[in-house]
Design a protein around this ligand. Sequence first.
Ligand SMILES: Cc1ncc(COP(=O)(O)O)c(C=O)c1O
Length: 331
Amino acid sequence: MIATRTYDLIAGDRFLELDGFHPEFSTTVKLEGLNPAGSIKIKAAREMIERAEEQGLITQGRHLIESTSGNLGVALASICAAKGYPITLVTDPNANARTVRFIRALGARVVTVTNRDSAGGYLRSRIAYIHGRLAADHDLIWLNQYANPANAAAHSRHTVTEILDGFGVPDWLFIGTGTSGTLMGCVRRLRELGLPTRVVAVDAVGSVTFGDVPGPRWIPGIGASRVPEIFHDDASFQKVLVDEVDTIRMCRRIAGRHGLLLGGSSGSALAAVHALRDRIPSGARVLALSPDMGEGYLDTVYSDEWVAERFGRGALDAPAETAAVDHLLPL
Ligand SMILES: Cc1ncc(COP(=O)(O)O)c(C=O)c1O
């Protein structure tokens, strides 16, 4: 394939079945980290920019702004560089340092908000900063991935199509939840098509999206300290909360056994598969979305010092066994 735009090189057809992940059912990951800009977020970024263009919002002299834990920022920075749009990305100390360098190298401006919000995270602080900037500068356009319907539409249009074309209809589909764009878009399209796929939404303990008690979290990607506007629980999917220690153990287990270095939220999705293993019927085809790869997590999830400092040395030893399961619909 020869493309003329970087963001059209989406690798929607990369699936890896994890041999022996469970003896009774097959577990496959959809590797979104092989996309341009390194993550699933290229699809949401492209859709949001193209919808804003269609609405005539992006005109000469206007400047884009967005809140991002990293991957959306890289995707937006890449697209904006190609299109010549100026953009500022507002991020926080949990973002991978390498990701921030990546964004800067693509020519975008980065602002890091350092004050934790009342829920223990940074999302509300990032949004408050953006509101302040919007009030002072009327030429700014906020894409607002947490409320922008184009975020979910990207996955209805593309991610579900890629899954059906490249994998077929999954019996179970595990999806990490950050803005919930991936989850909402996939659920909507699967239900429109009348497909029986059992969708499992995966979030981190300490995230408030599923109504849980807020708490500090360290791994970027999934989790939110305020419920995203686009999140709507229509009771057609299950919800699982995973402890970050289990995310880390799962990432390391996959690296050691399969030679595949996955990002944090991919470990969370697979930890959720592991947690639900006794409920998944024998012979089922399970698919877990893997939003990014693990190079950006070498100094965190894959660093013994980093893990021991935050979770204790015990987090390095035990196998991934104890993902917290919560808010499950009856099966
Ligand atoms: C690594 C990673 N995993 C999962 C997600 C969650 O995706 P969504 O925002 O569509 O819920 C993100 C979003 O930024 C991410 O960067």
